[in-house]
Write a protein that binds this ligand. Structure first.
Ligand SMILES: NC(=O)C1=CN([C@@H]2O[C@H](COP(=O)(O)OP(=O)(O)OC[C@H]3O[C@@H](n4cnc5c(N)ncnc54)[C@H](OP(=O)(O)O)[C@@H]3O)[C@@H](O)[C@H]2O)C=CC1
Ligand SMILES: O=C(O)C1=N[C@H](C(=O)O)C[C@H](O)C1
Length: 251
């Protein structure tokens, strides 16, 4: 019998956090030792003996939460968005000072979304044009989604590897930003619509053909197997892992 993993969830009453609390409570190899909201002190995590902190909060709080976890000897599984290159670099530096500690930053915990990013990156090597559309519930704080930004970077890297440049685009005037955000030369469009949960579609086009690759999370339970995989694996993977694919054998 393996040791039970003691887990603290930050953002525990949020949409994702409340689902994660249920998932951890249902896992036989885990024990929920702390469930924190925005008003709670972080010392309730190490104070309760947590091995792993799960951060499902807000972009403004996530970096500080992870820093606290690492500095207090806890691993961290992070689903919160907003981890740009500057934050990731600071985290890498921190982890060098704490070589036994692992942190997973997962833009998306749903296996279908992880695969969508991989499939889209592969496909984008063969198509002249590619654009990303993400569609979410209207309560989402950030745009474009962390997943869409991550997908755009995966696509850009794949295209660079085969010498493909940006998609063709004759737009000369776009004062309202109708062409969307541009992440690493890839256009990303954000839709916010009541009734949606989390969705992403990658449109690829070439002479006389189009390919669409789409993933839909209809319910936040779709993220929970990835959250549990992250909790089970993070302690064996010191350093920073960016993307759940780092814990999956996708080749
Ligand atoms: N990686 C993935 O697969 C997924 C990632 N996400 C991301 O996860 C994050 C949370 O999303 P969602 O659950 O929808 O958001 P919610 O707004 O529903 O939940 C966020 C929660 O965080 C709490 N919170 C805010 N600041 C702190 C803090 N400093 N410490 C502890 N708790 C805090 C809030 O509590 P209070 O109300 O008291 O302020 C709130 O309950 C977002 O960044 C989202 O993009 C979402 C879905 C999937
Ligand atoms: O806020 C959300 O809901 C989601 N956020 C993450 C993101 O920004 O990519 C993951 C998923 O898309 C749901």
């Amino acid at each position: 019998m393996t040791d039970v993993i003691k887990v603290a969830v930050l953002g525990a009453s949020g949409r994702m956090g409340s689902e994660a609390v249920k998932a951890v409570e249902s896992a036989e190899d885990m024990e929920l030792v702390a469930a924190l909201g925005s008003g709670d002190s972080l010392d309730r995590t190490d104070g309760a003996g947590a091995d792993v902190v799960v951060d499902l909060t807000v972009p403004a709080a996530s970096e500080e939460n992870v820093r606290y976890a690492v500095e207090h000897g806890m691993h961290a599984v992070v689903g919160t968005t907003g981890w740009d290159e500057a934050k990731l670099d600071r985290l890498r530096g921190l982890l060098e000072e704490h070589p036994g500690t692992g942190v997973l930053i997962a833009p998306n915990f749903a296996i279908g979304a992880v695969l969508t990013g991989k499939f889209a990156a592969t496909a984008s090597k063969y198509f002249e044009s590619v654009e990303v559309v993400e569609l979410h519930h209207p309560n989402k704080l950030d745009a474009p989604s962390g997943t869409a930004a991550h997908t755009a970077r995966e696509i850009a890297e794949a295209r660079r590897s085969v010498g493909r440049g940006p998609s063709p685009d004759a737009t000369e005037s776009d004062p309202q930003g109708a062409r969307g955000a541009v992440v690493d030369d890839v256009h990303v469009h954000a839709v916010r619509l009541r009734g949606l949960v989390a969705h992403e579609e990658i449109l690829l086009g070439d002479e006389g053909q189009q390919l669409s690759i789409r993933h839909d999370s209809f319910d936040r339970v779709s993220f929970m197997p990835g959250v549990l995989l992250g909790i089970r694996t993070v302690g064996q993977r010191p350093g920073l892992t960016h993307g759940l694919d780092g814990y999956l054998d996708l080749d």
